[in-house]
Design a protein around this ligand. Structure first.
Ligand code: ADP
Ligand code: MN
Ligand code: MN
Ligand code: MN
Length: 393
């Protein structure tokens, strides 16, 4: 069924739309139906068929803004096909509009770092993941990529691999979870995780489109599943090597936001969107070459021991607000461990670190750090794991 084409004002209990990433329930009139949801989805097809000059390549530069959490992008035309990030021009943007500079000295610089194929435009068009630098060429406050690259350069020989499970929820334009009954809650959690059926999962077509776009773009997405809360989903990327894992995850997030924009729904990476329901995490699975070899379990246990000594240090970098966001999620309930305590266990989803059952049986493999919040910066998470477990910093 198509959505109501009019913007409707209705009185209902909604999530606070003034602060979309930290929602709480409140009452008031709200607009429903995203304008995007009612735009024609076929009109653009006419213009996609327009033959473009063959030597014109469109590049979308993508970067993390001053929140450390949200993405920005802008497009430019190139007259050559770049093979590597270094072939691309350094670019700039108005940092005063993204929380990355003041207005008097606003030029902020974009350094291309990773290239992906553009699933929206296809052909030779590309997406360019960038990091950001201030007027004086110092990294901006939310540029965690630079130090992540540095850590990776120092421990390349250990071949650190990362696989990240990205959980998220979809919101309708009234900022309530997509498909939830107006003013109320769906029946309690239980039937929705990996669910099938129109009363269990919502917007599977968006999830399927995202899966395909990631693969086309060159992101090693390795799976997806419906999560515990209706309209909560997960996708997994990796394993990828070092800093690449974080590039991949950020571009996968970009694709999700970009697709959801077309569907007229909103993606929220808030780690605890609704009280008393499962929150959203970004479980980070980590291994080194030694962990993957025979009896690697000894190396895994050594890493866990090191992690146990710097628990709060990791908590501070596992969400963009120094632990404040994760406080709402890591309660000890809903398949989490308490934010204040470090714990590790085989197959234990109530611990900070889980050793998957298959890893305990094989005595080699990887560990799962369950603490990173869904809105974490994976550059910061990957950086912290390499520094603690490999570089002994
Ligand atoms: P869970 O049982 O916790 O839901 P998933 O199947 O969702 O696990 O995710 C497993 C993740 O582990 C994937 O992202 C995958 O890429 C990652 N992974 C698998 N093997 C390794 C490894 N050797 N090193 C690092 N990550 C790995
Ligand atoms: Mn998972
Ligand atoms: Mn999950
Ligand atoms: Mn997991």
């Amino acid at each position: 069924m198509s959505k109501n084409v009019n913007l409707v004002v209705r009185e209902t209990k909604v999530i606070d739309h003034r602060k979309p990433d930290n929602p709480k329930i409140l009452s008031g009139p709200v607009l429903t139906n995203s304008p995007n949801a009612v735009l024609s989805k076929t009109l653009l097809g006419r213009y996609y068929d327009l033959p473009l000059p063959e030597d014109r390549i469109l590049a979308t530069y993508i970067w993390i803004d001053g929140t450390g959490e949200h993405l920005r992008c802008k497009d430019r035309t190139l007259n050559f096909i770049p093979k590597a990030p270094k072939d691309l021009p350094i670019w700039n943007f108005d940092g005063s509009s993204t929380g990355q500079s003041d207005g008097h000295n606003s030029d902020t610089f974009l350094y291309p770092r990773a290239l992906y194929k553009d699933p929206f435009r296809r052909g030779n068009h590309i997406l360019v993941m960038c990091d950001t630098y201030k007027y004086n060429m110092e990294p901006t406050e939310t540029n965690h990529r630079l130090k992540c690259q540095d850590a990776y350069d120092k421990c390349k020989e250990d071949e650190p691999w990362f696989g990240i499970e990205q959980e998220y929820i979809l919101l309708d334009s009234d900022l309530r979870p997509f498909g939830w009954p107006p003013g109320g809650f769906p029946p309690p959690q239980g039937p929705y995780y990996c669910g099938v059926g129109a009363n269990k999962v919502f917007a599977r077509d968006l999830v399927e489109a995202h899966y395909r776009c990631c693969l086309f773009a060159g992101i090693p997405i390795c799976g997806t599943n419906a999560e515990v809360m209706p309209s909560q989903w997960e996708f997994q990327v990796g394993p990828s090597v070092g800093v690449n894992a974080a590039d991949d995850l950020w571009v996968a997030r970009y694709l999700l936001h970009r697709l959801a924009e077309e569907y007229g729904v909103i993606v929220s990476f808030d780690p605890k969107p609704v009280q008393d329901w499962n929150g959203s995490g970004a479980h980070t699975n980590f291994s080194t070459k030694k962990m993957r070899e025979e009896n690697g379990i000894i190396e895994i246990e050594k890493a866990i021991d090191k992690l146990s000594k710097v628990h709060m240090k990791h908590i501070r970098v596992y969400d963009p607000r120094g632990g404040k966001d994760n406080e709402r999620r890591l309660t000890g309930l809903h398949e989490t461990a308490s934010i204040n305590d470090f714990s590790a266990g085989v197959a234990n989803r109530g611990s900070s670190i889980r050793i998957p059952r298959s890893v305990a049986v094989d005595k080699k493999g990887y560990l799962e750090d369950r603490r990173p919040a869904s809105n974490c910066d994976p550059y910061a998470v990957v950086d912290a794991l390499m520094r603690t477990c490999i570089l002994n910093e």
